[in-house]
Design a protein around this ligand. Structure first.
Ligand code: ADP
Ligand code: MG
Length: 495
């Protein structure tokens, strides 16, 4: 394994230093277990449905009864291929299943079937925005494996039981390079990955039910030093806990080092009640698992034709859609990325953009006012009181000059509160823009007369002084003036 660390080391050279915490650089790598959305298990026909009575969905294969043999689930392989295509990875034409040996009561075979030396998905990257900075986290691999069962501790009767319903559930373990440099970046990565797997439909993404579980490997170092020893925080199942756990872990490691202690490689758990991470066990090395190829399963062969077929059935991917939004609608990379946060959002945008013919303006309203309102009330887009065609109508009335942007905000308020007809709202609230130049000129003149100071400043070359005047005129016109027209009038009067 020291070899792996050396490779990581080499790959980290030349990468930018992240934000420092008390003089230390934070290094994070993720291992994510995404439960694949197949009906049946990865090597048996038992159901994968969540929440059944314990041990009602474990068949002879899952119970590891003697004489049973695993049979590969084609749907699980297809989902792995879809993931590889979605993140631009290499799909291995031949990959191998291996036995990962360890003893635990919820693992009846005494080993987990996984992939070790040759995983099915290799390389690729996940791209996302952190604020307005574009990041790319490189993936090492994604491999197929089976889940273990669950120990149930019934404290009130002082007994523990084993539920093997989950044993054999297909997982895709997705491993990154240690490319992340802050808890915020780690959360942004995890959200993006969650978006990808749910978008392509290979995982339901339900974090409470454990369908998407992240392990965060965290270390700290002085900038320019070799990578520090990492601790692995297991099973983070909410984005909020993820951030809290990593922040706590970083502080803890820095304190240890500052106190002169060396960090021991370990597996730790986060306790949401105390907000602390706590060592669970010292970390096993790969050698401890005595990996070897599983003689019960032949190599997995994936032909180029199969990959093409899978590609042909896949819907447009978020990153392709974002590129198309940039070329078709002239959006920025940032806006296009924002609008492809989910399939629902992208369809909403396209519907509004097509109906109004005003893609940029529609984009602004969706990522601005609409997003703010939805977030504020914790609503999903599907619950939005303002539909895409209605937003398109609003955008059309702004672009054809019927209403100003500030009047449009009032229309939006009314729509949010349940009104549905944009033109009727404009009419009843008297929001039509002032198109009568004479009346507008009078207001402009009044404001000029009352604001000698701003006028003088503008004439002295301070362009900002003009904004103050525009603001006053807009106010005096009760938001009905057209700001562009006001601007033009002012400039010609003050020239
Ligand atoms: P293992 O398989 O034993 O868990 P790997 O070497 O495959 O270990 O790495 C697992 C994860 O740990 C990867 O996501 C990798 O990016 C990350 N990682 C490796 N070294 C470090 C480090 N020094 N600091 C933070 N993360 C690391
Ligand atoms: Mg690991």
């Amino acid at each position: 394994m020291s070899e792996t660390v050396n490779t990581f080391e080499a790959q980290q050279q030349g990468r930018p230093t992240g934000p420092l915490v008390h003089g230390y650089e934070v290094i994070i790598g993720f291992e994510t277990h995404a439960q694949l959305s197949t009906q049946s298990k990865i090597f048996s026909r038992a159901s994968t449905a969540f929440g059944a009575e314990p041990n009602t969905q474990a068949c002879a294969v899952d119970l590891a009864l003697p004489g049973t043999l695993p049979v590969m689930n084609k749907g699980a392989v297809e989902r792995a291929i879809q993931f590889g295509l979605a993140i631009g990875a290499h799909i291995a034409p031949r990959s191998i299943f291996a036995r990962k040996n360890y003893f635990y009561p919820d693992l009846p075979k005494g080993y987990q079937i996984s992939q070790f030396e040759i995983p099915v998905v290799q390389g690729g990257a996940v791209e996302f925005f952190l604020g307005d900075e574009k990041k790319a986290v490189r993936l090492v691999r994604a491999h197929l494996e089976e889940d273990a069962g669950k120990s149930l501790h019934e404290d009130f009767i002082g007994q523990s039981g084993i539920d093997l319903n989950r044993a054999g559930t297909p997982l895709l373990e997705i491993v990154t390079e240690p490319d992340m440099r802050s808890s915020a970046e780690a959360v942004a990565y995890a959200k993006e990955l969650h978006k990808i797997v749910t978008w392509i439909g290979i995982c339901d993404g339900n974090m409470q039910e454990g369908s998407f579980r992240c392990d965060a490997n965290v270390s700290v170092r002085k900038p320019g030093s070799p990578l520090g020893t990492r601790r692995e925080i297991k099973n983070l199942n909410s984005f909020k806990f993820m951030q809290q756990a990593i922040d706590y872990e970083v502080r803890w490691q820095i304190e240890q080092i500052e106190d002169g202690h060396a960090i021991q490689q370990a597996t730790v758990l986060f306790n949401p009640d105390t907000g602390e991470t706590r060592a669970m066990r010292t970390k096993e090395d790969a050698a401890d698992y005595r990996y070897f190829p599983d003689p019960d399963l032949p190599p997995l062969y994936i032909s180029e034709q199969w990959v093409q077929d899978v590609r042909g059935q896949m819907a447009e991917l978020p990153r392709n859609m974002a590129a198309r939004f940039q070329s078709d609608y002239g959006l920025s990379d940032y806006d296009a990325t924002q609008l492809t946060q989910s399939l629902a959002l992208s369809s909403y945008f396209e519907a509004a953009a097509k109906a109004s013919g005003q893609a940029k303006l529609a984009s602004n309203w969706i990522t601005g006012e609409l997003a703010r309102r939805l977030n504020g009330q914790d609503l999903s887009l599907e619950q939005s009181p303002v539909s895409a065609p209605t937003l398109a109508q609003l955008v059309t009335r702004i672009s054809d000059g019927t209403i100003s942007n500030s009047a449009a905000k009032q229309v939006f308020d009314a729509l949010w509160d349940g009104a549905t007809d944009v033109d009727a709202i404009i009419e009843s609230k008297g929001l039509k823009q002032m198109n009568d130049t004479g009346a507008l000129e009078a207001i402009v003149q009044q404001v000029i007369d009352k604001n000698e100071k701003n006028v003088a400043e503008f004439k002295a070359g301070n362009d900002k002084a003009l904004n103050a005047l525009v603001g006053q005129i807009m106010k005096a016109s009760q938001g009905k003036a057209n700001p562009q027209q006001v601007n033009d009038l002012l400039r010609s009067k003050l020239a």
